[in-house]
Design a protein. Structure first.
Length: 216
């Protein structure tokens, strides 16, 4: 089973060895989040386009990153990001970051999910970072129900599953020391998909997951 989601937010021209390691790990990957510039950027980036093409050739889902501002970012702006990801990088999925978790935001994310599917996104991931209202399970293929440091994660109890069959849960954990069995910890907490990186601070996703190449 492919269990790793890789949100690696570094430029391929700057970190070619790390991106090569991500490609080498293709059989173990659930997908890769493509994030050229906190979204698709203002113009196509040839290095990211080439990397996305190589990932797709290797059979890896490529999810275009779009920030939703916990529901405050306008619908049109998010959809524009998804259109650019599809047109410039051929992404076959979407990773909607900072997704609202309360029932009050559901209608907004229903519209975004419909737009993503219409654009051809076969996989939709919502990053709530915390367990959302169960109704969100009807919208997405992957729900990120934890994002935070290892020190908090190891104290987090198992999460009950109240979502439809076929929806997978994902946990994104940073500050994970070498040697910790984050995959087992994720399974114990109900997540089929995870990412555990050593990075800390404001930009932990500039480091590779443990077990994928050499973490920096």
């Amino acid at each position: 089973m492919s269990t790793l989601l890789v949100p690696y937010y570094e430029h391929p021209a700057v970190r070619p060895a790390e991106w090569a390691a991500v490609l080498a790990a293709a059989p173990r990957l659930y997908g890769v989040v493509l994030n050229p510039a906190s979204g698709p950027g203002n113009r196509p980036d040839a290095a990211f386009a080439e990397t996305a093409a190589r990932l797709r050739t290797a059979g890896v889902r490529v999810l275009g990153y779009a920030d939703t501002g916990y529901g405050s970012r306008p619908y049109e702006d998010v959809v524009h990001d998804l259109e650019r990801h599809r047109g410039w990088y051929g992404t076959d999925g979407a990773f909607l970051d900072q997704a609202a978790a309360g029932i009050g935001g559901l209608r907004h994310y229903e519209r975004l999910a419909d737009a993503a599917r219409t654009l051809g996104c076969r996989t939709l991931a919502l990053n709530h970072g915390t367990p959302p209202h169960p109704a969100y399970g009807a919208l997405a293929d992957l729900l990120v129900t934890f994002e935070g440091p290892w020190t908090t994660y190891r104290r987090t109890p198992p999460q009950p599953r109240h979502h439809p069959d076929g929806v997978r849960l994902c946990h994104l954990v940073y500050g994970v020391p070498p040697g910790e069995d984050a995959a087992s910890a994720a399974r114990e907490r109900g997540a089929d998909v995870h990412c555990a990186v050593p990075g800390t601070g404001a930009h932990p996703w500039g480091t590779l997951p443990h077990g994928v190449g050499s973490a920096r």
